[in-house]
Design a protein around this ligand. Structure first.
Ligand code: NDP
Length: 282
C-alpha cells in the first residue's frame, strides 16, 4: 500500500509547535520578528511574500514588510539590510528571490548576518551544514527531512538519490541525507544513464524543474519518492517533476503536488525564525 505523505498536515503540526515556542518568548517580552523584503512587482514573488506574512500571523511571529520599487539600487537594498542586521529586535531577514537583474543576488545573500539568515543561503550556514555543525538550513530540504522523519521513514543506510544540484534544493538536500546516514548520490543534467541511477534509490528526491519528467520507469518498486517540483499546467492544475499517476502505485510512500513538499518550505522558515530568537535573544 502506498502511503501518501501529507505535507499539509505535517506543516500544520510544525507551525503549531513554532507558535507554542513563539508564545513562550512573547511571555518573556521577546517578540520573534521576521523582516521580509520584496523588490519589484513580480506577481509570483508577491504571492510567496503574502503567504509568508500569513504564516507569521499563524505562528505568532511579527512580520515587518519592506516592499521596494523595481528600480531600487543594490546600494539602497544593502543599506536596508545593514540597518536590519543591526536591529536587536529583528531575528530573521528574508529577501525574496529572484531580484531584479541589476542587483547581484550573491552580494545581497552574503550581506545578511548569518545569525539572521533564516533562508539558510549564507555561505557560512552552507559551510556549517556541510561540516555537520548547527546553523540555518535551506527551508525546502530541511522540510523534506521533517516529512521523512515524521512519516517514520528510515534514512540511515538507505540508497538516497537526489536529482538536481541547485544551491537551495539539491546540494543541501544531499548534505542533510548524508547527515542522516543515507548513502547519497547526486544527479544533474550531465549524469549518464539517469534511469539506472534512480532505479537504485530507496529514497528518490526529484528536484529538476521539469513537469512530470519521472515516470514509473525511473523508480524502483517500493521506493519512497519525494517530488520537489511545482508547475502550473495550462489547464490551471499544479503538478510536480514526477508523473504522480504513473509512479504512485509503484512506491511505498510519495509526496503529492500540491500538498507535499510545498507547504513545508514556509513551515521551516517559521521554524528558523523562532530558532533564531531562541538562540540569539536570550
Ligand atoms: P534549478 O533550476 O536551480 O536546478 C535544477 C537542477 O536540475 C539542476 O541541477 C540541473 O542540472 C538539474 N536538471 C535539469 N534537468 C535535468 C535532467 N533532465 N536530468 C537531470 N538533472 C536535470 O531548480 P531548483 O533546485 O531551484 O528547483 C527545482 C524544482 O523545485 C523546480 O520545479 C522548483 O519550482 C521547485 N521548487 C519547489 C520548492 C517548494 O517549496 N516546493 C522550493 C524550491 C524549488 P545542472 O546543474 O546540470 O544544470
Amino acid at each position: 500500500m502506498t502511503k501518501i505523505i501529507n505535507g499539509k498536515e505535517i506543516s500544520a503540526q510544525i507551525k503549531e509547535e513554532v507558535k507554542v515556542r513563539a508564545l513562550a518568548h512573547r511571555e518573556r517580552g521577546i517578540v520573534p520578528t521576521l523582516a521580509v523584503i520584496l523588490v519589484g512587482a513580480d506577481p509570483a514573488s508577491a504571492v510567496y511574500v503574502r503567504n509568508k506574512k500569513k504564516a507569521c500571523e499563524v505562528c505568532e511571529i511579527r512580520s515587518e514588510s519592506y516592499e521596494l520599487p523595481e528600480e531600487t539600487t543594490e546600494e539602497a537594498l544593502l543599506e536596508l539590510i545593514d540597518v536590519l542586521n543591526g536591529r536587536a529586535d529583528v531575528d530573521g531577514i528574508l529577501v525574496q528571490l529572484p531580484l531584479p537583474k541589476h542587483i547581484d543576488e550573491d552580494r545581497v545573500t552574503q550581506a545578511i548576518l548569518p545569525e539572521k539568515d533564516v533562508d539558510g543561503f549564507h555561505p557560512q550556514n552552507v559551510g556549517r551544514l556541510s561540516m555537520g555543525l548547527d546553523g540555518f538550513v535551506s527551508c525546502t530540504p530541511a522540510g523534506i527531512i521533517e516529512l521523512l522523519k515524521r512519516s517514520e521513514i528510515e534514512i540511515a543506510g538507505k540508497e538516497c538519490v537526489v536529482v538536481g544540484r541547485s544551491n537551495i534544493v539539491g546540494k543541501p538536500m544531499s548534505m542533510l541525507l548524508l547527515r542522516e546516514n543515507g548513502t547519497v548520490t547526486v544527479c544533474h543534467s550531465r549524469t549518464k544513464d539517469l534511469k539506472t541511477v534512480t532505479k537504485r534509490a530507496d529514497i528518490l528526491v526529484a528536484a529538476i524543474g521539469k513537469p512530470k519528467f519521472f515516470d514509473a520507469s525511473y523508480v524502483k518498486e517500493g521506493a519512497v519518492v519525494i517530488d520537489v517540483g511545482i508547475h502550473r499546467m495550462e489547464d490551471g492544475h499544479l503538478c510536480g517533476d514526477v508523473d504522480y499517476e504513473d509512479v504512485a502505485p509503484h512506491t511505498s510512500a510519495i509526496t503529492p503536488v500540491p500538498g507535499g513538499v510545498g507547504p513545508m518550505t514556509i513551515a521551516m522558515l517559521m521554524h528558523n525564525c523562532v530558532k533564531s530568537a531562541e538562540v540569539y535573544r536570550k
